[in-house]
Ligand binder design. Structure first.
Ligand SMILES: [Zn+2]
Length: 281
């Protein structure tokens, strides 16, 4: 079982990986059409049904005059999922001394329900959870989930219950293309999993951290760009995004992690003869 919380420094920043649920899971669904023997070897298991540590993760960034949350987990519904730490994001925040009023920015990699759940507090009558936060999301992502294009998407109804109160309260700020939220935080479009999916690059005092969102559900996705999660809406585009991320990570020497990686997974991507290798640090 993975941990629920871990804090580390990146230059002048303090970054906390905070879980909103950390189950062990069989991950076959994230390697669509790939021979089980192939991906299980990469994960160091032999049986594709073997549960491995998984996470519904968020990241809290402090030290730049802001309190920034990257994604917001499953929300209160996570408490009924029967997984360790499920729906406990507000408790994890309290443990590192952060109240909901303190969060002044929420950045979304995308708007699947396991990434925007706590934008709204179902235990507080559906009110906006972080009353002082500006919520950043790619324009295409917002357009997709609020428009007819997602009418047939099973996840749309829950996502729309998150987005509507934010729109009413005028909390959402959209952007197009690569977008510098500040000199510390940059949103990098990596579409495919969803139409406006973004990764997040943090930079401070010469150090970088790349949060890959759901462009990679497991570090092996950074090595095998054609191992496609069944949930990706545009597989060809998501493959291109994984290749772009691996190249960016290798080129910048950034530390890399992702919200679905067990806490705490930190690694670097290195160019090798056959492609790319993820090396834990
Ligand atoms: Zn996800």
């Amino acid at each position: 079982m993975s941990r629920l919380s871990e804090t580390f420094t990146l230059g002048a920043l303090t970054v906390s990986a905070l879980s909103d649920g950390a189950p062990d899971r069989a991950l076959g669904g994230f390697f669509h059409g790939i021979e089980p023997a192939e991906w299980t070897r990469a994960l160091g298991i032999t049986n594709p049904e073997t549960p491995v540590p998984f996470n519904f993760g968020t990241f809290l960034v402090r030290g730049d005059g802001h309190t920034t949350l990257v994604d917001s987990g499953n929300g209160a519904r996570g408490k009924t999922m029967g997984v360790p730490g499920g729906g406990e994001l507000l408790e994890r925040l309290a443990e590192v001394g952060v109240r909901r009023e303190d969060v002044d920015r929420v950045l979304h990699t995308h708007l699947h329900g396991d990434h925007c759940g706590w934008d709204v507090d179902d235990e507080a009558g559906g009110a906006v959870t972080f009353p002082n936060a500006e919520v950043f999301v790619h324009a295409k992502e917002l357009e997709y989930w609020t428009g007819a294009a997602s009418d047939g998407n099973q996840q749309a109804s829950y996502t729309r219950t998150r987005v509507a109160p934010l729109l009413t309260a005028s909390r959402i700020r959209t952007f197009d293309g690569e977008f510098a939220v500040s000199d510390v935080v940059t949103m990098i479009p990596t579409p495919g999993h969803t139409p406006g999916h973004c990764s997040v690059m943090l930079a401070s005092a010469g150090q970088r951290l790349l949060l890959v969102g759901d462009a990679a559900h497991h570090p092996v996705h950074l090595e095998h760009h054609d191992w496609i999660p069944g949930v990706d809406l545009d597989p060809a585009e998501s493959r291109r995004s994984r290749a772009k991320l691996a190249a960016l990570a290798a080129e910048t020497g950034a530390l890399v992690t992702g919200g679905h990686f067990p806490i705490l997974t930190l690694g670097r991507v290195r160019r090798v003869e056959t492609g790319y290798r993820f090396e834990g640090v």
